[in-house]
Design a protein around this ligand. Structure first.
Ligand code: ADP
Ligand code: MG
Length: 620
């Protein structure tokens, strides 16, 4: 495809064309960010060559002297950005600069549409930062030569639908981007202006950014600087640059560890949940550097997937540079780093949770469900993880820690009680909670899908076992009550015997058992799982994911003190109770009510309506 003799003309891919129209036509006031984007690309190109040179030293003669040079030509009204990085060949140019829409193109167009203010400043986060050049230039020339190749290329475009590629001569590998500045963009020819922009946006770049002889940035990798010397603004800029994020980091963890495996980590906890948080791949986005050489963006085995919301870099001089990315992943030293990082992050979260509980609540809402995956994934850190977990509960309005829950436990309470379901607001009204509320026993309201799964892996916290209130017996008898005990409590139960017999016959296999309830105080009935069975919510989840077809039948519990049950029990004492149509209908209606209270549909909606109408009719 590459033709080394002639000039070829190409059309921009449709979406790219649309994007360019918007970029070129905009009156965006913050245009200066184009320079950040082009310097960022130059820096990426140097990173790439430095990595390639590890295995092919012959392609980078001057690998130790990477520089990004800015040059102004006031007469020609051009600003150029040059690097001696990896460069591009013909195929690279076609793929990255024009004929193929990068995945972010459409997303960025969408974002511009939604947000009427259209923040073009976010362009880099969508992976199309290069095109920001057209905010200030009416013509862009890219001269480039790929490391290890002989042919150089010139890419030219005025951003109006087409671009050309033709052969050219360039003595060294790397790329020069020349911007022919628009009439209203002459300010970018001024040294002072350029200096200011570079210091504001690109100080963290690890290679020197030169204007003439002057180095404009600190030119040392930000994570290698003493933590106290890095300002909040510098962190934010670096976080944006390295993570394609646009929020301000909530937490910055900058540490140097001298130990079994020396390493430096600069990690950011975002203040907003990244969009790919729940992707199936559960990829981490922390960049791995070995002795300041960029290795890879998502090294497996560096960050556990339950911390995949972290951004930033890890740099270790103790890992080997002379192995492939794949071999690095199985280096036991990497496992040691991972362990140290996980521990560190959890300790810092614990501190933050006690120092700034409100902020921590926001963090928890963003990432709690992800962090809880660690309870399954990382048994060694289970207890540390439980310490930083927060839960909704019937005991207070906000979120509670487990320690606080345990501190509020009643005399005789050996368990941490919980109920699981889809929506904690609805869960509060579950009939199964009534007895616990009446006794003042707090119940955790768990509504993340992951909750069902970690509960299978965690047995206890501070000596208390986790127990579902919708499964098995309640053990409420053992717990001391705040209120005065109900005197007639136990006498009612035996009165239900006849009614229970009728209901059992009528419902047959639809229920596992029918019994008087200790957990109901105001609702007439509820359903619970048998001790060894699965909670209904877990069943629902598994069924939804096609991992289960039929669930276990559940136990129907009756509230002996409820007036419906008292009246039905009275009626069931008659001789022909078993063939009493009203009792028969009532049996089904009670079961259906219990299902509805759990957010399920009655087993047979048409029959349900018929029975309800029949009972209604009698009552009127
Ligand atoms: P991103 O940097 O997020 O990938 P850009 O639009 O900024 O998106 O750049 C698109 C692509 O063009 C880059 O991924 C890279 O492959 C290529 N590119 C841009 N500038 C350079 C450069 N100076 N050297 C080498 N490749 C470059
Ligand atoms: Mg870029």
């Amino acid at each position: 495809m590459a033709n080394a003799d002639v000039k070829e003309t190409f059309s921009f891919q449709t979406e790219v064309g649309q994007l360019l129209d918007i970029v070129a036509g905009s009156l965006y006031s913050n245009r200066e960010i184009f320079l950040r984007e082009l310097i960022s690309n130059a820096s990426d190109a140097c990173d790439k060559l430095r990595y390639e040179a590890l295995t092919r030293p012959e392609i980078a003669a001057n690998a130790e002297q990477f520089v990004i040079a800015l040059e102004v030509d006031k007469k020609a009204k051009t600003l150029s950005i040059s690097d001696n990085g990896i460069g591009m060949n013909h195929a690279d140019l076609l793929e990255t600069l024009g004929t193929i829409a990068r995945s972010g193109t459409g997303a960025f167009l969408e974002a511009l549409k939604e947000d009427k203010k259209g923040d073009l400043g976010l362009i880099g986060q969508f992976g199309v930062g290069f095109y920001s050049a057209f905010m200030v230039a009416n013509k862009v020339e890219v001269t480039t030569r790929k490391a290890g190749e002989d042919q150089s290329w010139l890419w030219v475009s005025d951003g109006k639908g087409e671009f050309t590629i033709e052969p050219t001569d360039k003595s060294e590998c790397g790329t020069t981007v020349v911007l022919h500045l628009k009439k209203d963009a002459k300010e970018f020819l001024e040294d002072v202006r350029i200096q200011h922009i570079v210091r504001t946006y690109s100080d963290h770049i690890g290679f020197p950014v030169l204007l003439g002889d002057e180095t404009l940035n600190s030119a040392s990798a930000i994570w290698t600087r003493p933590p106290k010397e890095v300002t909040e603004e510098q962190h934010t800029e670096f976080y944006h640059h390295s993570s394609h994020a646009f929020d301000t980091p909530w937490l910055v963890l900058h540490n140097r560890v001298e130990g079994v495996v020396n390493h430096t980590s600069l990690l950011y906890v975002p203040s907003m949940a990244p969009f790919d948080l729940y992707d199936n791949e559960r990829k981490s986005h922390v960049k791995l550097y070995v002795n300041r050489v960029f290795i890879s963006e998502n090294t497996e085995g560096l960050i556990p997937s339950y911390l995949r919301f972290l951004r930033g870099v890890v740099d270790s001089e103790d890992l080997s540079l002379n192995v492939s990315r794949e071999m690095l992943q199985s280096d036991p030293k990497l496992t040691k780093i991972k362990k140290a990082l996980s521990n560190k992050v959890l300790s810092e979260l614990k501190k933050k949770a006690s120092k700034a509980p409100d902020e921590y609540t926001t963090f928890w809402e963003n990432f709690g469900a992800v962090l809880k995956e660690g309870l399954i994934e990382d048994p060694d850190l289970q207890n540390k993880l439980l310490e930083v977990c927060r839960f909704s509960s019937t005991g207070n309005d906000g979120l509670t820690s487990l320690s606080d829950y345990v501190a509020r436990c009643k005399e005789g309470q050996d368990s941490i009680y919980y109920i699981t379901g889809e929506d904690s607001k609805k869960l509060v009204h579950s009939p199964q909670l009534e007895g616990f509320k009446a006794k003042g026993v707090e119940v955790l309201l768990l509504s993340d899908n992951v909750d069902e799964f970690w509960l299978q892996h965690v047995t206890e916290f501070e000596g208390k076992t986790f127990k579902s209130v919708t499964r098995g017996a309640t053990e409420l008898d053992k717990i001391e009550s705040d209120q005065i005990e109900d005197a007639e409590d136990s006498s009612d139960e035996s009165d239900l015997a006849d009614l229970i017999a009728v209901i059992k016959v009528e419902l047959g296999d639809a229920v596992k058992d029918v019994r008087p309830s200790k957990r109901l105080t105001s609702s007439p009935v509820c359903l619970v799982a048998d001790e060894g069975d699965m909670d209904a919510n877990l069943e629902r989840l598994l069924k939804r994911h096609g991992q289960m077809v039929d669930g276990a039948t559940r136990i129907l519990e009756l509230n002996p003190t409820h007036s419906i049950l008292e009246k039905l029990a009275q009626r069931a004492k008659g001789e022909k109770a078993a063939s009493d149509p009203l009792l028969q209908d009532a049996a089904h209606l009670l079961l259906d009510q219990a299902k509805i209270a759990d957010g399920e549909a009655p087993s047979d909606p048409a029959e349900f309506v018929r029975r309800l109408s029949a009972v209604f009719d009698k009552a009127l």
